[in-house]
Each structure stands twice: as structure tokens, then as C-alpha cells.
Design a protein around this ligand. Structure first.
Ligand SMILES: [Zn+2]
Length: 403
């Protein structure tokens, strides 16, 4: 009988062992799958890093290519620069006053100073030689300064405002700017605009940094009002068509970007604005008119508060104020003021009809040369005697003839 007795305790022990083994195995399985998961993650991460590295090396290659191209471009540019410089030096003696300076100024990117980045770079060496060439060519052209020294201009007083500095240097060049009082009136503003135009600067009508820098530099190099006025760029000037042409549908009227317009002076030291081409024409007209001693040049400023460029909002106010009764303001959206192409001059002659003052008579005879036209009565632009019948004597439109 005993042979057949089953020892259950042994079975239990074996069963326990089996359970333990199973449990261990399960644990191991869990660990393995967790490791697999981690390995998969690592592989994924490696793949990502790999592709990033790949991308980086692609970018590096692209960067290398750009650097090579840039170097090639620099070599070419310097080569062209040297050729141009040599050509200019060769031709310098044959060129007229001022023209050469203008050409070089343009060439060096609006400033004979050219690029300046603080180092002893090739560009700086180039820029330096441009300065030297500008000065020597200028001397060759004008006979000014047989000596190699710069013109002795003492620096302006420290306390001067930028406007005063501009006035100071312009007057050193020989522009008649009146007194150095910091007020940019008719004389100072027209001189400044002429200078900006002659040097290819932005026509801001303001003492901006670029203008001030170049003005000081060229004044010290001996550039004069006379040589500027004799330069081809000014001798060949004709009224240019405005950069923004008025549209028949009036879209955009009164919505110009004022920061791109040029400042001209207005009464009570206010600012008025015109499109750049009109401002240059105004400045040259003032310069011409100032030669006539019978007229008061200060009357060539804009009168009132907004008598150059006028925004649509202001035109609406004016129309409310003047338009409906007196018809003295244009329907909003139709005024040439909204295009920055009209200026109401301070002519002290706010009459309809015939020109009365010397300033008006001068304008009648000369304004058209500068692209400015009177605002004549639409129905009867002339009186019987042939004289102009002004609708508004003070209002002048910049509307140069197209060729
Ligand atoms: Zn007007």
C-alpha cells in the first residue's frame, strides 16, 4: 500500500518551485520587453540624431558653398572696383567740376567714406583710397587747394543742434543760409535739399545722420556751393515726374507715407512735406528766386499748418471748414495736396484774380521752369488783357510737362 502513497508534500514543493520559476521567467520577460522598448527608443533617438547630424552637415556644406561664392564675389568686386578706380583716375583731369565727385560719391554708396567697419579690412582700405581720389580729383577739377591739406574748418560748437551743424557746414561751403539759428527756414532748407540732391542722398529735407556726416566731410574737403551748382547733376537738372503719380481714381490720395516725403519749411517754424521731386524743384526755384533782390524769399515757405502734403483726414476738415461755402478747399480725395504735389506759398496775397506782389510776378515768369504751375480759374483762366486769372494765388501745383 505504502508504495502507492503519493507524497503530496513533495508535489507541493515541486509546484512551488515551478511557480517561482514561472514568476522569475515572467519578470525576466517584462525586463526584456522593457529593455527592448528602451533599445527601440535608443534606435529611434539615434536615427533622429543621425538625421539631424546629416542635416547639419548639409547646412555646413551649403554654408561652405556660400562662403566660396562670397569670396569669389569679393574678388570680382574688388577687381571691378580697381578697374573702375583706375578708369576714374585716368579720366579725372578731363572731367568737369563736381561731376567726378558725384560719380565717386554714388560709386561708394552715397558716401565717399564708403564702408567702414572698424578693422583694417580690404573694404576700409578701398574706402580710404576713394576718399583720397575724391579729394585729389576735386582739387584737380577746381584748382582748389594746391596744397594737400584739408580746408581748415574749425569744428562747430559742441552745443550746436544737428540743424545748427547743418547750417554751419552749408554756410562754410558758401550757401546763403542766413544765421545759424537752428531754424530750418526757406534758405537753410533749400540749401540742404540742394546738397542732398547733388550728392545722391535721400531727399529728406532734414538734418539726418547720413547728410550731416557727408556734409562735414565734403565741407572739410573744400567742396563749395559754386562747384555744386556747376556740377553736371545740377546743370542738367530738369523737373522730374513725381515718384508717385496722381491717380485718376484718386486712390491713395492723402494716404502717402510721410516718412518718405521731404520736409519743406512752413510758417511759424512748422514742417510741411512734398514728394521728393517737388521738394528738389522747390529748393532750386528758391535758389533762383533768391537772386532777385526785389522779392522776399521767406514768402516761399508753405503757409499755415498743412499746406504741403495733406492727409485725407485733414482735407476732410478743411472741406468742412472752407469747402462747402467758399469752395476754397477741394473735395476730399481730389486735392493735389493729397499727393504731396501742391504747396500753398506764404505770398501775403490771398486774393483771387491778378498777381499783385513781386513774389507772384516772379513765379508767373519763372515757376514753370521748375515744374510749378499756378492754380487758375477753371472757367476763365485768363483775363481779357491776357493776364492770368488765379483761382488761388497762393496755391502752386507741381506738374512738370512730360516730354
Ligand atoms: Zn492749396
Amino acid at each position: 500500500m505504502s508504495r502507492f502513497r503519493i507524497d503530496l508534500s513533495n508535489v507541493r514543493v515541486e509546484q512551488d518551485k515551478l511557480n517561482q520559476t514561472i514568476s522569475t521567467f515572467t519578470n525576466m520577460q517584462q525586463q526584456v520587453s522593457s529593455m527592448e522598448y528602451r533599445v527601440e527608443g535608443a534606435v529611434r533617438a539615434r536615427r533622429n540624431v543621425g538625421s539631424r547630424l546629416n542635416r547639419s552637415s548639409q547646412q555646413l556644406r551649403e554654408l561652405d558653398r556660400m562662403v566660396r561664392e562670397l569670396n569669389q564675389f569679393m574678388v570680382n568686386t574688388v577687381g571691378r572696383y580697381e578697374q573702375a578706380e583706375a578708369r576714374l583716375v585716368r579720366n579725372a583731369s578731363e572731367m568737369n567740376n563736381g561731376q567726378y565727385i558725384f560719380a565717386l560719391t554714388k560709386y561708394a554708396g552715397g558716401s565717399p567714406g564708403g564702408v567702414s567697419n572698424g578693422g583694417n579690412s580690404k573694404e576700409q582700405i578701398k574706402a580710404k583710397s576713394v576718399n583720397e581720389v575724391t579729394t585729389s580729383a576735386y582739387k584737380a577739377d577746381t584748382g582748389v587747394g594746391e596744397t594737400k591739406k584739408k580746408v581748415q574748418i574749425p569744428p562747430p560748437p559742441e552745443k550746436y543742434t544737428n540743424n545748427q551743424k547743418v547750417q554751419y557746414y552749408l554756410s562754410k561751403m558758401g550757401f546763403n543760409i542766413g544765421t545759424v539759428d537752428g531754424k530750418m527756414g526757406v534758405k537753410s532748407s533749400s540749401a540742404l535739399i540742394i546738397f542732398q540732391y547733388s550728392q545722391g542722398l535721400s531727399i529728406t529735407g532734414k538734418a539726418d545722420a547720413a547728410t550731416l556726416k557727408l556734409l562735414q566731410k565734403l565741407a572739410e574737403e573744400g567742396l563749395t556751393y559754386d562747384s555744386i551748382m556747376k556740377s553736371d547733376v545740377l546743370k542738367n537738372w530738369k523737373p522730374e515726374q513725381p515718384g508717385i503719380e496722381p491717380r485718376k481714381d484718386n486712390k491713395g490720395n492723402g494716404k502717402l507715407d510721410v516718412s518718405k516725403l521731404a520736409r519743406v519749411p512752413a510758417t511759424k517754424d512748422r514742417d510741411a512735406y512734398l514728394q521728393n521731386e517737388a521738394a528738389v524743384a522747390w529748393a532750386l526755384m528758391v535758389n533762383e528766386a533768391s537772386k532777385d533782390k526785389t522779392i522776399d524769399i521767406n514768402r516761399f515757405k508753405a503757409s499755415g499748418t498743412s499746406e504741403g502734403y495733406r492727409t485725407l483726414e485733414v482735407q476732410k476738415e478743411y472741406f468742412k471748414k472752407y469747402g462747402e461755402d467758399s469752395k476754397r478747399a477741394a473735395t476730399p480725395g481730389t486735392s493735389n495736396h493729397g499727393w504731396g504735389l501742391a504747396i500753398d506759398l506764404d505770398l501775403n496775397d490771398p486774393q483771387k484774380g491778378k498777381a499783385q506782389t513781386n513774389e507772384l510776378k516772379w513765379l508767373e515768369a519763372n515757376a514753370e521752369k521748375f515744374g510749378f504751375n499756378p492754380y487758375l480759374d477753371k472757367e476763365k483762366p485768363k483775363f481779357k488783357d491776357g493776364s492770368n486769372n488765379y483761382y488761388e494765388t497762393w496755391h502752386w501745383n507741381y506738374k512738370p510737362k512730360k516730354n
